[in-house]
Design a protein around this ligand. Structure first.
Ligand code: PMP
Length: 357
């Protein structure tokens, strides 16, 4: 019997294309520079042995460890299944389907749009200004009607830029008592002085998303944090699932937040930031490179001549990077995650080989 399950699906889901994650796109090879993961591992062993009991909904010790790391009170922190769950929970808690809207500023991380589409929440796109990558404050301010959440990715993925504190503060001021500003700081450890955490006290409409997936090298455990005032965190407690963080994840995340591991994380950041500088200097000498955008994160956005040829050649050689050509104002652009010394060298060698063909 043939069934048509599509007819049972909500209409907005019928029309939805799933997020094209690096894993979903796939590829073959040994040089994975497409998901902004850490090329170095942080090695941990789970210290828990029995798992017959459910975990705490919000693991106390983990919250305390992260509170120490960011200098906030525990009541200002929610642990989530990656920063991605934070993006989702905020829409779930604050946006009325078909009525409310979110704003985001493309080109940026796709999950803001995808979560809004899943929830059937309206979308307003206010692109960042071409080439300077500044927030278009004028248009943003004129578009606030019906908006509950504004997602700002800082450093922005995939452009790599940081937004000025001045602009972010203006944004927080003009949205005060009107809507919430969510600053996604998934990559902030690579530019830690630019964090907006210290403004949480001043602006009750500020929410910050964090993750252990990037600088902490723990993408595999799926652990993130939402930072906000107590009132917002309590609202999010209402919509989070009963046991979102497994006992194993909690145990490893707590170890990752111990003093010596934070030091290791900071050393990884220093090393990757150095590799970024090295890579940029080498890329500048390559004939295929048209423009390299300034980056404050563990990836760089590069505009290439004949970008398809570059992407395909690297793909065939097992060097997988991320195509960004389809995104607004990113024609011919590819995003390259910063890899280990060996991976950066391989990339440069293969680009040189391509020049010889
Ligand atoms: N925000 C941004 C800007 C990201 O690039 C990513 C991961 N690619 C996330 C959030 C999600 O991170 P997590 O692994 O913590 O879900």
């Amino acid at each position: 019997m043939k069934s048509n399950l599509n007819n049972l699906t909500r209409i907005n889901i019928q029309n939805l294309s799933p997020y094209q994650s690096a894993r979903r796109i796939g590829g073959h090879g040994d040089t994975w520079l497409n998901a902004n993961e850490s090329p170095m591992s942080a090695l941990f062993k789970c210290r828990v042995e029995s798992f017959n009991r459910y975990p705490e909904c919000q693991p106390n010790n983990l919250i305390s460890a992260y509170a120490d790391y960011v200098g906030l009170f525990r009541k200002e922190i929610l642990v989530t299944r990656g920063a991605d769950e934070g993006i989702e929970l905020l829409i779930k808690a604050f946006c009325e389907p078909k009525k409310d809207a979110i704003i985001y500023c493309p080109p940026t991380y796709d999950m803001y749009a995808i979560n809004a589409k899943i929830a059937n929440v309206k979308i307003k796109e206010i692109p960042i200004l071409k080439n300077t990558w500044k927030i278009d404050l004028f248009n943003l301010q004129a578009s606030l009607d019906g908006v509950k959440l504004i997602y700002i990715c800082n450093p922005n993925n995939p452009t790599g830029n940081i937004f000025s504190k001045k602009d972010l503060i203006i944004l927080l001021q003009v949205t005060f008592n009107r809507c919430l500003v969510v600053i996604d700081e998934a990559y902030i450890e690579f530019s830690s002085k630019d964090s907006m955490v210290s403004y949480l006290k001043e602006f009750p409409n500020l929410i910050i998303l964090r993750t252990l997936s990037k600088a902490f090298a723990l993408a595999g455990i799926r652990c993130g944090f939402t930072l906000a005032n107590e009132e917002i965190i309590n609202i999010l407690h209402k919509v989070i699932s009963p046991y979102p963080i497994s006992t194993v994840v909690t145990d490893i995340a707590i170890q990752a937040l111990e003093k010596n591991e934070i030091k290791n994380m900071q050393n990884r950041v220093i090393k990757l930031n150095k590799n970024r500088v090295w890579l940029i200097n080498k890329l500048k000498k390559n004939n295929f490179v048209k423009k390299i955008f300034d980056s404050h994160a563990n990836y760089i956005l590069v505009k290439f001549y004949m970008f398809k040829r570059v992407f395909q050649h690297l793909w065939e050689k097992g060097i997988i990077i991320r195509n960004q050509d389809h995104k607004i104002n990113l024609q011919g652009c590819l995003r390259i995650s910063i890899g280990s010394d060996k991976e950066c060298l391989r990339l440069i060698e293969e680009l040189k080989n391509l020049s010889k063909i």
